[in-house]
Design a protein around this ligand. Structure first.
Ligand code: AMP
Length: 397
C-alpha cells in the first residue's frame, strides 16, 4: 500500500478523505474527538509540505439535498483548529462541491486547510456517483484516503474518486496504513496464545468474523447478546434473552468446528438477568441453568467474569470486538468494564475494534493500557472477516 511518504506532494493541492463521524451531544458538542485526533498526523505532514489541503468527511446520515445544521461539520472545523494549534483558521465551506467550496478552495494559500461540508448532503456520495466524484477530484492534484472507518463502503469519495488520479497521485494516509498494517500483522502472524473476545448484540453481524477467526485463534470467548444463541443451541433455556433462532444450527456448527480445530470455546456460565429491558427493574445474578422463562440476560455475571479472566491469563495476543452486556445502562455495564480491566491488565498485545468496545474501554479508563484501539468498527470487522476493503482496492487499481 502506497502511503503519503511514497509520493511527491510538496506544494500541491491535496484532498484528504477523513472519517470525522464523531459523536455529539444534544447541544452539538463533540463528546469524543478520537477520530479527529487520529487524522492529525496526516494533516500536519501536509501542512509542513506547504500543501493546500482540502478535507472531506461524511457525518451520520442526513437526507441528501437537505442541509440540516445538526449534520454540519462546522464543530469539527473548530475542534480541528484547536487540536492542530495553528494560527490560521480551518476554513469551512458552506457546501460540498458548490460555489462556496470552489471559491474558498481557490483562495487557499500553502499550508491552509479547507473542510468541505458533510459529503452525504449530496446524494452522489453514497451512490458512488462518477459525476460527483469528478467534482470532488477537481479540488486536488493528490488524493489521500485516511478514512479507515469508512473504507469498507463503496462511496464516491472512497471509491469512484480514485479513477481521477493516476497511481502516483493517490495513496493511503498514515492512520489508514497504521490500522491496516496492525490488523494484518496480528491476523497473519500473532504471538500465541491468541484469544478473540467477541460480544455485541447478534451472531448474524459477526458470523463471518467468527468463522474466519476460528482458523487463526487458540481461544474464543463469547459474551453479549450473541452468547444466548450459542447457549440455546447448547440446549439451555434462555428465556426472553436475545436469540436468533434461525442461526441455532449455524451456532452449533461453529462450536463443532472449534472442537474439531482444537480452538477452546468459552461461553458465559452466569448472567445478570432482568424481567424487562430496563434499568428500573429487579435484577438477579443467575446461573445460565436458572434463567426464568420470561426473564432476559443483559450482562455476563460475576462467575463468567472470573472464568473469562482465567482464560485470558496466558494470552499473548487479544483481539476484542463487542461489549459483554448492555453497557449503555449502568446496571448491565459491569461485565464489559471488568472485561476491559482484565484485558488491560494482561501482558498481551491488545487490539480493540468497534465503536461500542472502544467506548467501553474509554469509560473504563483503560484506553492508555491497550496496544491499539481501532477507529473503525465496520472496517475492522471486515478485516477480521478476511474481506478486501473497497477503499484499499481502489487505491491499488
Ligand atoms: P454490536 O453492534 O453487534 O457490536 O452490538 C453492540 C450492542 O450490543 C450494544 O449496544 C449492547 O447494548 C448490545 N448488547 C450487549 N449485550 C446484550 C444483551 N445481553 N442483550 C441485548 N443487547 C446486548
Amino acid at each position: 500500500m502506497k502511503t503519503l511518504k511514497d509520493i511527491e506532494i510538496d506544494g500541491k493541492r491535496v484532498f484528504i478523505r477523513c472519517d470525522f463521524n464523531v459523536p455529539k451531544d444534544e447541544f452539538g458538542n463533540i463528546t469524543d474527538d478520537r477520530r479527529i485526533r487520529a487524522a492529525l498526523n496526516t494533516i500536519r505532514y501536509c501542512i509542513d509540505r506547504e500543501c493546500k489541503i482540502i478535507l472531506a468527511s461524511h457525518y451520520e446520515r442526513p437526507e441528501p439535498g437537505k442541509y440540516e445544521d445538526k449534520y454540519s461539520l462546522k464543530p469539527v472545523a473548530k475542534r480541528l483548529h484547536t487540536l492542530l494549534k495553528i494560527k490560521n483558521e480551518v476554513f469551512m465551506a458552506n457546501d460540498v462541491v458548490g460555489e462556496d467550496a470552489k471559491e474558498k478552495a481557490s483562495k487557499l494559500q500553502p499550508g491552509d486547510i479547507l473542510l468541505l461540508e458533510n459529503l452525504r448532503y449530496e446524494a452522489g456520495e453514497t451512490n458512488n456517483d462518477d459525476t460527483f466524484a469528478e467534482k470532488l477530484a477537481e479540488f486536488a492534484d493528490i488524493y489521500v484516503n485516511d478514512a479507515f472507518g469508512a473504507c469498507h463502503r463503496k462511496h464516491a469519495s472512497i471509491y469512484a474518486i480514485t479513477k481521477y488520479f493516476d497511481k502516483d497521485s493517490k495513496c493511503a494516509g498514515f492512520l489508514m496504513s497504521k490500522e491496516v498494517n496492525f490488523f494484518s500483522k496480528v491476523l497473519e502472524n500473532p504471538v500465541r496464545p491468541f484469544v478473540a473476545v467477541v460480544g455485541g448484540s447478534k451472531v448474524s453481524g459477526k458470523l463471518q468474523a467468527l468463522t474466519n477467526l476460528m482458523n487463526k485463534v487458540d481461544k474464543i470467548i463469547i459474551g453479549g447478546g450473541m452468547a444466548f444463541t450459542f447457549l440455546k443451541a447448547h440446549g439451555h433455556e434462555v428465556g426472553n434473552s436475545l436469540v436468533e433462532d434461525d442461526l441455532l444450527e449455524e451456532a452449533n456448527n461453529i462450536i463443532l468446528k472449534a472442537k474439531k480445530q482444537g480452538v477452546k470455546f468459552y461461553l458465559p456460565v452466569d448472567v445478570v438477568a432482568a424481567p424487562e429491558f430496563s434499568e428500573n427493574t429487579t435484577v438477579k445474578f443467575l446461573p445460565i441453568q436458572e434463567i426464568p422463562k420470561d426473564w432476559m440476560g443483559l450482562d455476563i455475571g460475576p462467575a463468567t467474569t472470573r472464568l473469562f479472566r482465567e482464560a485470558l491469563n496466558d494470552a499473548q495476543t487479544i483481539m476484542w470486538n463487542g461489549p459483554m452486556g448492555v453497557y449503555e445502562m449502568d446496571r448491565y455495564s459491569k461485565g464489559s468494564m471488568a472485561m476491559s480491566n482484565n484485558i488491560a491488565q494482561t501482558h498481551a498485545t491488545t487490539i480493540v475494534g468497534g465503536g461500542d468496545t472502544a467506548d467501553v474501554v474509554q469509560r473504563a479508563g483503560d484506553a492508555e493500557e491497550m496496544t491499539f484501539i481501532s477507529t473503525g468498527g465496520g472496517a475492522s470487522l471486515k478485516l477480521i472477516e478476511g474481506a478486501k476493503l473497497p477503499g484499499l482496492e481502489a487505491l491499488e487499481n
